[in-house]
Design a protein around this ligand. Structure first.
Ligand code: DON
Length: 424
């Protein structure tokens, strides 16, 4: 059997292809020369599988799609507190290139509009030999899993007409939000916008966000979970500018658009999606891209407010081993967040008396949240107080150093089967 997912993606593309509304972002002269009919779509799962359709190999410039990733890099480099001192997190309800500041704090309202993005760019630590745009290119390349490059023509073309962004830069310098030469910061920001990607690259990049910061293919952590949460939250409230409310109600996932026609969307824990179609509406969002996302959200049940499927499955199996059948093994699966932990503790509370050892196997869990760890060990302590010996099997290394503190005696890292041999 061949999976029908690629056929479904083709179907969505053809359903939206006839829409020829919108216009090219001709305020950047080079973008007026692109083929307006291009249409591409890619989707990534959190295990790193990429599906794509249409113009999936055509490169285009990221433009504002670079903003959430640069925001992530800034937080990674200097920490959230320092970033929040310079850029807020409130939706602006204004155009992406509005010359405005938060009235109370005199800083840009959020990092998704140009004033916030120019400021975020300036927060990437200065390195004498590696310009900020180059640092961003390297970080984006790591996310994409291939070397990305700048589109020099688009960069030069936007520089020539960047009067509005320059005004924003000088305004930011006037109020002290920018501490360096505004021209240099605006140029660097425009260069970061000119990084070239395909929808497939974007699907890989968004899969890292969907997967809590871990590159699904390599298993390497590229961003802390807390950074991803921050970035996705801001994408959800501010990513589609003055169309954010419309987007939230109809599509309902964190997203970001770019004036070259790209839109990315991330459903945490499930999928990353990227579309490309160059004609944009008055908000700077790809017209066909919006329709594609609306279709996908409806057909695939993507909307965040649909509620995440939960719990029913925390227990994969329960069985007893040992000569006297006095060792109870609980094999867990899925994710361990509050709801699942509550369910697990309820099951453990009903554990009939008379057994000596309880083994909790984490091997098949795909994610264990902090609250899951706390509740798990709270349960372990209570079982111990009731006289049980409790062993947690973490052969996949889900628990980190911090979580293992003071728990070394209760946690084993060998495989479950091997561990159970000693009871035979
Ligand atoms: O700064 C600009 O105007 C462009 N380099 C990027 C704007 C953009 O992509 C807005 N998003 N839809």
């Amino acid at each position: 059997m061949k999976t029908p997912v690629p056929d479904y993606l083709k179907h969505v593309l053809s359903a939206c292809a006839a829409n020829d509304k919108g216009k090219l972002a001709d305020y950047i002269p080079e973008l007026a020369n692109v083929n307006p009919d291009r249409l591409g779509l890619a989707l990534s799962t959190v295990d790193g599988t990429i599906y794509s359709a249409g113009d999936d190999k055509v490169e285009f410039t990221m433009q504002s799609l670079s903003k959430p990733f640069t925001y992530a890099l800034a937080i990674k480099e200097i920490g959230l507190i320092k970033v929040l001192e310079k850029v807020g997190v409130e939706p602006s309800g204004e155009a992406f290139n509005q010359i405005s500041l938060d009235k109370e704090r005199n800083i840009p309202k959020n990092p998704m509009i140009n004033s916030g993005a120019i400021t975020t760019h300036s927060l990437i630590p200065y390195k004498k030999t590696v310009p900020r745009a180059e640092q961003i290119r390297r970080f984006l390349s790591a996310l994409a899993g291939r070397e990305l490059s700048f589109d020099e023509q688009v960069y030069q073309s936007e520089i020539k007409t960047a009067f509005r962004n320059m005004s924003i830069g000088y305004m930011l310098r006037t109020v002290g939000v920018l501490e360096d030469d505004p021209k240099e910061m605006v140029n660097g920001y425009i260069k970061q916008c000119a990084i070239k990607v395909t929808v497939k690259d974007l699907a890989v990049m968004t899969s890292v966000l969907a997967n809590g910061g871990i590159q699904p293919k390599t298993g390497k952590r590229l961003l802390d979970r807390s950074v991803v949460r921050q970035v996705l939250s801001v994408m959800l409230s501010c990513g589609m500018y003055d169309a954010a409310g419309d987007w939230l109600t109809t599509v309902g996932i964190p997203a970001k658009s770019g004036v070259a026609g790209g839109i990315i969307g991330v459903l945490p824990g499930q999928v990353g999606i990227a579309v490309f179609s160059p004609k944009i509406d008055e908000h700077g969002n790809s017209v066909r891209g919006l329709r594609i996302f609306e279709n996908l959200a409806r057909d695939m049940g993507l909307h965040l407010m649909e509620g995440t499927p939960s719990a029913q499955t925390i227990l994969q199996s329960r069985y007893t081993v040992g000569k006297k059948n006095n060792v109870v093994v609980y094999e867990l699966r899925g994710v361990l967040q509050f709801t699942e932990s509550e369910m697990l503790l309820r099951i453990l509370q009903d554990e009939p008396a008379g057994k000596s050892t309880i083994v909790l196997d984490l091997t098949n869990l795909s994610l264990i949240h902090d609250v899951g760890v706390r509740m798990l060990f709270e349960g372990v302590d209570r079982l111990k107080q009731d006289g049980y010996k409790v062993v947690v099997v973490d052969s996949e290394g889900l628990l980190d150093k911090e979580q293992l503190k003071g728990r070394k005696r209760e946690v084993v890292t060998e495989e479950l089967e091997k561990f159970l041999e000693k009871f035979k």
